[in-house]
Design a protein around this ligand. Structure first.
Ligand code: MG
Length: 271
């Protein structure tokens, strides 16, 4: 019996070897059939910058701009009057103050990668759009809710219109999946934002695109936006160069949500 097993093993390893040699020969033949200098298609510069990744996935890499690390709101102002942001900070997070309205970054951005974590209170109440409503405006193009909104909402067993649930591009694109964790647990958004472009005279040129991961799940895949977010009617583009990132203080009567660990990496315009 042992001898037979040995034979089978030897046969299997010989078969594997024959297959590997065959594959190698096929690859070499394919390579030899191409003429010309392989170096002609090698690119050596510019060398990508070295970026030290964060200690854990989600912690900021070495070239990130830290927008909120739990300590202070130095990077944020009130959207209403651009005075220092005054949402409450405690336990390493900031909590929306619905009486004070939206807040936005002091810095202005074009294209970027963004990481943001948010949490709906465990004892959240309400339903539909009135349950943990907030929002991440990828570009704030003016007062109030003007801009491009990725919806923030408690979508754990909470039915609403699908292009208004969590991780939707509000009123434009439902998420590809509902990757929501329960209320009381932290949610993670990782976003790649490509800003729209406009001619010097303000004429619309190229649309905005967005890719979003919700808790590591792809929920928006290079979605082409139709314009700024609007509550009623059709979206449209309005020219802007650089814009703040804005967080929404929605007026729904449910308990306010919280944010932590927000950072951004700017991305150069495509050539
Ligand atoms: Mg909202």
């Amino acid at each position: 019996m042992q001898g037979m097993t040995h034979d089978i093993r030897r046969f299997a390893s010989q078969a594997a070897l024959t297959l590997a040699v065959g594959t190698l020969c096929a690859l070499r033949a394919a390579a030899q059939s191409a003429t010309g200098d392989p170096k002609a298609t090698e690119q050596w510069t510019p060398v990508p910058p070295v970026v030290a990744p964060g200690a854990a996935i989600g912690s900021p890499p070495s070239d990130a701009i830290i927008l909120f690390d739990g300590q202070n709101l130095d990077e944020w102002v009130s959207t209403r009057d651009h005075s220092p942001a005054r949402w409450k900070i405690g336990h390493g997070m900031m909590t929306v103050d619905k009486t004070l309205g939206n807040i936005e970054t002091k810095r202005l951005f074009r294209n970027y990668q963004l990481h943001l974590e948010w949490c709906v209170p465990k004892d959240i109440t309400g339903e539909g759009q009135l349950r943990g409503n907030s929002g991440l405006f990828l570009a704030s193009t003016g007062a109030g809710d003007l801009g491009y909104e990725v919806q923030i909402l408690d979508s754990w067993k909470n039915t609403t219109y699908v292009n208004g649930q969590a991780a939707s591009i509000y009123k434009q694109a439902a998420p590809l999946a509902n990757a929501m964790r329960k209320p009381g647990e932290w949610q993670v958004y990782d976003v790649v934002w490509t800003a729209p472009t406009f001619e010097a005279d303000g004429t619309f040129k190229d649309p905005a695109y967005v890719t979003v991961f919700h808790n590591g799940v792809l929920v928006q895949n290079h979605f082409r936006l139709e314009g700024e977010t609007v509550y009623i009617g059709k979206p449209a583009y309005r020219p802007y160069e650089r814009a703040a990132i804005k967080l929404q203080a929605h007026g729904d009567p449910s308990a306010p949500i919280s944010f932590r660990n927000i950072w951004v990496r700017e991305i150069a315009d495509a050539p």
